[in-house]
Design a protein around this ligand. Sequence first.
Ligand code: UD1
Ligand code: UDP
Length: 372
Amino acid sequence: MKKILCIVGTRPEAIKMAPVINLLKSDKSIQVRVLATAQHRQMLDQVLNIFNIEPDLDLDVMRPNQDLTTLTARLLNGLNDVLIVEKPDIVLAQGDTTTVFTAALASFYHKIPFGHIEAGLRTWDINNPFPEEMNRVLVSKITNWHFAPTERSKLNLLAEGVQEDRIFVTGNTVIDALFSVIKKSAEISSGIDPIKRLILVTVHRRENFGKPFEDICAALITLLENNSDIQVLFPVHPNPNIQEYANKIFGGHPRIVMCKPLDYLPFINAMQRAFLILSDSGGVQEEAPALGKPVLVLREATERPEAVETGAVKLIGVKYEVIVSEVQKLLDDNNMYESMLKGGSPYGDGRAASRIIDVLHKYFDKQKIVEG
Ligand code: UD1
Ligand code: UDP
């Protein structure tokens, strides 16, 4: 029986790999093994629990405030040990994290074909997002199957010289994940005033640490002062670079609800309840349009231009004045707000995982013929 090793490290990878892992598990012709690198610990475990995925192997690499170089080294060492023992026929991973980069590289060293889910996203600026854009570019050089979520991501790969017969436009598995849990979505427990307009905020990107994050926080405080009918919900990423400043600046503010990262189901509920979402997250830029919620992206560049083009998402950067004015416009101008709601979801139909697995089946079938 052919063996596929699925590797997950962080919260968004687990969310986006879960539909693939669970579909593979129901396929009796393939043996699936799940490796958690645990680049994230608590946030990864949260998601794996929700999707009933118990990893077969766990590298437990997370350290407090980990730096990229030692994280990369720990991951490569751990992955090497696993690949020596497991000898999978294929390795699959999703996205652009250090886990994914090292998974692709270790697979290459072991001459194991690598399938990249969510391939071809590009900002064309190697420092933005950092280090994710470089991770994506490097992973593409190693990948056998590029599972591109959109036609745009396919074009990006073609522009870099990737062979067309290795690219498969599948949609994004984040939509599969969202559809699979949407009916189960759980209420956020406490602190939300149903009368006020809710602004949901998430921030975690490395390029937003320091001054950009200070500007984001200052803008939120100004907006709260100027609008007595809004409330901010801010699930704070556990990265100490975000946590420490957020606690210092927002602690005790009567209309900012700060909490630990929400479990996936209550987070979906929070998105559904939000009037507006401010975020630098990749996944949130994809999910919110599918839920009909507008997102202002707190970044200078996005690798997800599709929803910007439909109008569901607006890229506003991280300057204090711009954040204040862009949010205020949406609070005041109902026509502008409504036009964002009509943007729609460009990231798939919820059947990405089955398209990915079909491609791998065809590969195994061909191999069987060759092996006789
Ligand atoms: C990582 C990814 C980023 C992805 C994000 C998703 C890299 C370089 N970064 O960024 O691409 O968008 O995950 O959230 O691959 N921590 C905890 N508990 C957790 C998770 C993190 O305490 O469950 C803290 C730890 O102190 C850890 C720190 O956050 O050292 C940073 O984690 P890391 O994975 O390096 O970076 P993220 O900012 O989470
Ligand atoms: N998410 C969550 N709880 C939160 C914030 C986000 O479950 O408190 C989910 C969100 O629905 C999305 C994913 O986490 O699917 C995005 O992860 P993150 O923003 O950390 O990473 P990125 O997508 O930017 O890589």
